[in-house]
Design a protein around this ligand. Structure first.
Ligand SMILES: [Zn+2]
Length: 218
């Protein structure tokens, strides 16, 4: 999943006026990928490019026990929730942010081939929808656009900022799906991923400053 992870951020922002701002939720939804590409850059976790690994994605993600095991992801979720609690004194918002972090593993579970673990061991899971573009593409677009529409309906503010954000996400996803495949794993690939997350998060932060939940007074 790529932009599909941000469906959880939009849904959280729609579901509760106590949810953290959209930019924070965007970081939460991709937190373990921020971790993975950073760890890959410094050699703590690892991947390689293997053309045909799955039909839609050439990445062989063979070592990511700290970010993409269920337990590892849970620890990132708890840590992120603790930061929200400490900085915003918002216990509901902390729970929501933690759940958004955790959602990453479950959305990856749908599309990854078996490369995810429960606790970093040998047993690997993944339903492999990346081998079925006719399922994976509508699923990712449907989740993202559906959650986005819900977020826009549950919040008020000018329409242009969220439309710009959604346009940007669709362009990023199109490049990811239909652009040239990476030839090798390395710093350039990891930095490209991290920069793309940063750009999307920057725009989401901006959108969050322009909208208020309809259940908030004033
Ligand atoms: Zn991931």
């Amino acid at each position: 999943m790529y932009i599909g992870h941000w469906a959880a951020a939009f849904a959280a922002g729609a579901a509760s006026p106590k949810a953290p701002k959209l930019g924070t939720l965007f970081v939460a939804a991709q937190l373990v990928d921020w971790g993975f590409f950073t760890f890959a850059a410094i050699g703590v976790e690892a991947m390689r490019v293997e053309p045909g690994a799955t039909v839609m994605n050439p990445m062989d993600l063979y070592h990511m026990p700290y970010t993409h095991s269920l337990i590892g992801c849970g620890i990132w979720a708890l840590a992120f929730a603790a930061i929200i609690l400490a900085t915003q004194r918002n216990i509901t918002g902390a729970w929501i942010a933690g759940l958004v972090v955790l959602s990453h593993w479950f959305t990856d579970l749908l599309v990854h081939r078996p490369d995810l673990t429960f606790a970093g061991g040998d047993a690997k899971v993944g339903l492999g929808l990346w081998n079925y573009p006719y399922v994976a593409i509508p699923l990712e677009l449907g989740l993202t656009i559906g959650a986005f529409a819900w977020y826009v309906r549950q919040t008020r503010g000018p329409l242009m900022p969220p439309m710009i954000l959604m346009g940007l996400l669709l362009v990023m996803q199109a490049i990811n799906w239909f652009g040239p495949e990476p030839e090798e794993a390395g710093l350039a690939l990891y930095l490209t991923a991290l920069v793309s997350y940063a750009v999307a998060t920057f725009f989401a932060y901006w959108v969050g400053t322009t909208r208020r939940h309809k259940r908030l007074r004033g």
